[in-house]
Design a protein around this ligand. Structure first.
Ligand SMILES: O=C(NCCO)c1cc(-c2ccc(F)cc2)cc(O)c1O
Ligand SMILES: [Mg+2]
Length: 214
């Protein structure tokens, strides 16, 4: 029976990457996506921008919305200090099953908590279920029509503090127009656009980095 693209991506990681070596996992996925099959990982070009933001923020608590196969999860977790906590939410159980194995291959399972379910259901439970006060960094990379409602929900749930950073993928392609309009016009955020390209293509895309001002 037919395998899925995430399953073929995992097979490429297990074939070409070294267990316990996150950089080799990232490289194996990028090679698979460039040479074999396009897939919606943040990719190497935007991934470098993500890395620089993670390094600059040096977060103790990170929320990733949208795990997919765990590519950005591995990029972020590999840069975190040992006591830091990364919670990643994935709605699709098939994606989550692959991501767990990719994260394990990279040897990062102790830094990552992958939660299956809808962001709108889980965001209000973050404090009680995971002992989170606020997030230092949020990476938005899930359904593009959920960026805005989930950002408002995080504000309402008191999960953002003065200085919390939101980094949003795909603000041009596929695009998140309502989120961009809100975050760029809100007096509660200071935003900056990082121009780049849609993963593995020449199509324009970019990351929007926003600081919550409290
Ligand atoms: O839907 C996305 N993510 C949430 C589901 O896991 C997503 C889609 C695309 C994309 C797809 C199809 C196309 F033609 C162009 C872009 C790219 C991304 O980086 C993404 O994160
Ligand atoms: Mg994306």
């Amino acid at each position: 029976t037919q395998t899925t693209r995430p399953q073929r991506m995992l097979a490429a990681v297990q074939k070409n990457a070294t267990r316990g070596d996150p950089r080799s996992v990232v490289k194996a996925i990028d090679q698979f996506c460039r040479q074999k099959e396009w897939a919606m990982n943040v990719g190497d070009e935007k991934g470098c921008i993500l890395d620089s933001v993670v390094t600059e923020v040096n977060p103790a608590t990170v929320l990733e919305l949208g795990t997919y196969c765990g590519y950005s999860t591995v990029r972020i977790a590999s840069l975190l200090p040992s006591n830091a906590k990364l919670i990643t939410l994935e709605f699709n159980p098939d994606y989550a099953a692959i991501a767990r194995q990719v994260i394990a291959w990279a040897g990062l399972e102790d830094k990552v908590q992958l939660v299956e379910g809808a962001s709108g259901d889980w965001i209000p439970k973050m404090k009680e279920k995971f002992g989170i006060e606020t997030f230092d960094l949020v990476f938005l990379d899930h359904w593009k029509d959920r960026y805005l409602p989930d950002t408002k929900l995080m504000e309402e749930c008191g999960l953002l503090r003065k200085g919390s950073i939101l980094l949003a993928d795909n603000v041009i392609c596929p695009g998140t127009p309502d989120y961009l309009e809100y975050i760029r016009n809100s007096p509660r955020y200071k935003s900056q656009y990082f121009k780049s390209h849609l993963e593995y293509t020449k199509v324009e895309d970019g990351l929007e980095k926003s600081v919550f001002l409290g």
